[in-house]
Design a protein around this ligand. Sequence first.
Ligand code: GTP
Ligand code: MG
Length: 453
Amino acid sequence: MTNKIQTDDTIAAVATPVGTGAISIIRVSGPNAINSVENIFSGRSKLSKSKTHTIHYGKIIDKKNIIDDVLVFIFRAPNSYTGEDSIEISTHGSSFISQRILKLLIENDVRPAEPGEFTKRAFLNGRIDLAQAEAVTDVINSRTEVSLKGARNQLDGLLSQKVNSLREMLINSSSLVELELDFAEEDLEFIQFDELKKRIENILNEIDLLINSYNFGKVIRDGINVALVGLPNVGKSSLLNYILKEARAIVSKIPGTTRDVIREEVSIDGILFRLFDTAGIRISENEIEKEGVLRSREVVKNSDLILFINDVEQEYPKDLYSELKNLNKEENIVSVINKIDLKSKTQQKSDVKVSALTGEGITELFDLMKSKVFGNSKYSEQNAMVTNERHYNCLLKTKESLNNALTSVSNKMSGEFISVDLRNALNNLGEIIGEVTSDDILNNIFTKFCIGK
Ligand SMILES: Nc1nc2c(ncn2[C@@H]2O[C@H](COP(=O)(O)OP(=O)(O)OP(=O)(O)O)[C@@H](O)[C@H]2O)c(=O)[nH]1
Ligand SMILES: [Mg+2]
């Protein structure tokens, strides 16, 4: 358990990105935060005498030299982000100014913060749990409506509440088993095997719901990779351009136009789709085109969704479809017929028909892409959802322990065995919210944060 670690030094960092902007913000947190800033601040207020949640105008001074006019925000413990005394200094947006002030602070008994250290302190001081701390980076990294909602859902504690209620259910069941162990000699049965089985199955059902939500949750967080593939000249690049509403890729009537993979992101109804336009797949003698075709296959392997595009006027390439199935999975392939504006009759099978020239059918294509993402997951903003691989893995381990417990119960094994499995499940669940944790886990999580967060 790391929750006992004391954070008795004071840290500081520039929290805004490097470069020029309207303002920069320097964050300071720890017992010496207010005094260290007071040492370099000149204004009407005395910071050490000022109340929490107040803003003070003044100047940062280095040996009588004015560095900048600033606003200083005071947050006193425990009512701050970290739970400690904290200060935010808002300066003119020059990296030079903020770095200079940071240097001054470091001369005043403050040390530079490590990545994520403010959030780590918030966690260690019990302001937020580990799942919420992880959600902070997701909020920062979110680029679409839906990914932001997913991250907010976790930051607001929906997942944590669910995990806590499952832990409570587990604690109740396991304490009954343990109580029974204590009285074993008196042959008391506080909890019947059937009842215990029912309880564990109940918890398992809930765990399964969370595990299944990850299918969708990871898409929400990371987006979905979509390959645009097919024979040369079917209109892959034209479709990419139509979706992006810009002439991103070169389009020509010469087959074999696209060679490199072109990657672009687009948000469709708040879901992030990463589109990969590829070289048309065919046998080619041209070295560059050959390499392009190799890359197309690589993209197919690594995609979540494949738009298999065909020309309404060409014959359907059955062999290519079989190849795509082998490279990925049949259920991930969406067959698209393009160029329907040409009004040609076709026997080709397809999931959707479009024209990259007129935009006909594109709405249907988007609906299909979205339904592939949602699958049969019942996404609801009110429900806890798993978007993070670490949490997902903890849940898989929890499930395994619970299944072991269930086997022990079914085999009417001694309560000791059941009790060990239930404890393991409890610990695995606790890892999600940081109730049980190690320095390794924490370092792994917080080093991925930005400095100043
Ligand atoms: N009429 C019509 N022509 C289209 C449509 N989509 C693409 N084309 C034409 O088809 C030709 C090939 O289009 P591209 O988008 O370059 O096709 P591609 O699949 O990217 O081709 P490669 O990169 O060579 O594999 C161009 O002349 C386009 O103008 C469409 O929906 N309708
Ligand atoms: Mg192309």
